[in-house]
Write a protein that binds this ligand. Structure first.
Ligand code: PHB
Length: 394
């Protein structure tokens, strides 16, 4: 390592002796899901990162460059994610880590961020406690508590009974706990719960149980992307809507890019979420237009691409502020309190205390507008902090 450092220093000296400004290339390790059955989620990150870098919004001082080194974790795969992070840190000498769709992968990387002091900007993984695992983590996406807790309060004013069905891993557990807490506090009764394996595409056995229990509402979390579409198909096939059961959940279940593949089943579904491609903020209209110009008129960005888009902005800003010379602690200081009043999702800010994002939540209804399904924002709950941390981190 010593020899490596001296070789690098010698190189830098040689460059400056030659009278050139030494080019400062900052290496970012991006761990994402590029293959496997869940790759459509990774594609959202990939498209957003590439579009952002092409957009000219990454304004760096002269001579400073970003090099993004991309690695494929292939899905929910903590061992692979950990190995990739290790290689990126040790072999590729990245100065920051970014990405990660899946909570189990983020959990596996967290100790390495701490050990190596490599700031890690999470673009998606949404289980609340992840950010408590390392002081070098900041998150530009969301937590499931942020949507499911206010949705529980909203639902308690409208329904007496609910059934809760969630994917059996971190974000599902969080969604269940958050919804149940607020719904029960508001006087509602959860009459049944079921946890479903995350990679499943056959939801019929679970949905039959729900139908038999006759709840007024069914609260669901399944991962965005193909799982959400498979779930929606099951919900339609078993006729739960016709049986009078109202489907509600965080926005993952009506993920924008999959709406065209869901038929008419999602019409009337109520979700709480921080991002809808249908949001009519000017910044969002510009974002969606740029996305469709690049990827085609039928390509829809979802919350995952917005998490990556804003995450890239945060990374560029902290790199620029340090003139390309990344100090891990300075980087975290800059990320704490980083804000963007004009994200496609509305104003956002990294909570300096928790390093988690503060953002609007919107109540949305899925409606057919001009022949296509959209998640129409109806009401705004401004600047929601992660409720889990308000309860658990003093
Ligand atoms: C997660 O693993 O934290 C996760 C994955 C997919 C989602 C939401 C959360 O839609």
């Amino acid at each position: 390592m010593k020899t490596l450092t001296s070789a690098l220093l010698a190189g830098a000296v040689a460059l400056s002796l030659a009278g050139q400004a030494p080019a400062q290339t900052v290496r970012i390790g991006l761990i994402n899901t590029y293959s496997g059955p869940m790759a459509s989620n990774g594609d959202q990150i990939e498209k957003a990162v590439n579009l952002f870098m092409k957009s000219g919004q990454c304004k760096l001082p002269a001579g400073v460059k970003l090099e993004i080194i991309k690695r494929d974790d292939t899905g929910i795969n903590p061992e692979t994610a950990k190995r990739l992070a290790q290689e990126l840190i040790v072999r590729d000498r990245v100065q920051m880590l970014a990405g990660v769709v899946w909570t189990p992968n983020a959990l596996a990387i967290a100790p390495l961020a701490t050990e190596a002091k490599v700031p890690f900007v999470i673009f998606n993984a949404g289980t609340a406690m992840i950010t408590t695992l390392s002081p070098y983590i900041a998150r530009t996406s969301f937590t499931l508590w942020q949507s499911s807790y206010p949705l529980g309060a909203w639902a308690a004013k409208r329904f007496k009974t609910a059934y809760v069905a969630v994917s059996d891993f971190g974000p599902g557990h969080d969604a269940q706990e958050a919804f149940t807490r607020a719904f029960t506090e508001g006087g509602g009764k959860v009459i049944g719960t079921v946890r479903m394996p995350p990679p499943t595409s056959d939801f019929a056995p679970f949905l039959q149980r729900v139908k038999d229990a006759k709840p007024e509402a069914l609260f669901v979390f399944v991962p965005a992307g193909k799982s959400a579409t498979a779930f929606m198909k099951g919900f339609g096939d078993l006729g739960l809507g016709q049986a009078g059961i109202k489907l509600i959940g965080p926005g993952d279940i009506v993920t924008d890019e999959e709406l065209p593949n869901m038929g008419d089943v999602p019409i009337g579904v109520i979700t709480m979420f921080h991002y809808s491609a249908a949001g009519d903020r000017p910044a969002n209209k510009a974002f969606v237009a740029a996305y469709q110009k690049e990827y085609g008129p039928n390509a829809w960005p979802n919350f995952i691409s917005v998490g990556a888009w804003d995450g890239m902005q945060a990374i560029c800003d902290v790199v620029a502020a340090q003139n390309g010379k990344i100090d891990p602690d300075k980087t975290m200081l800059l990320l704490r309190g980083w804000k963007n009043p004009n994200s496609p999702r509305g104003p956002i800010e990294i909570d300096p205390r928790t390093r988690d994002i503060i953002q609007n939540e919107y109540i949305r209804e899925t409606r057919k507008v001009g022949g296509i399904l959209k998640n129409v924002e109806l009401e705004t709950i401004p600047m929601v902090k992660d409720p889990w941390k308000e309860y658990n981190v003093k």
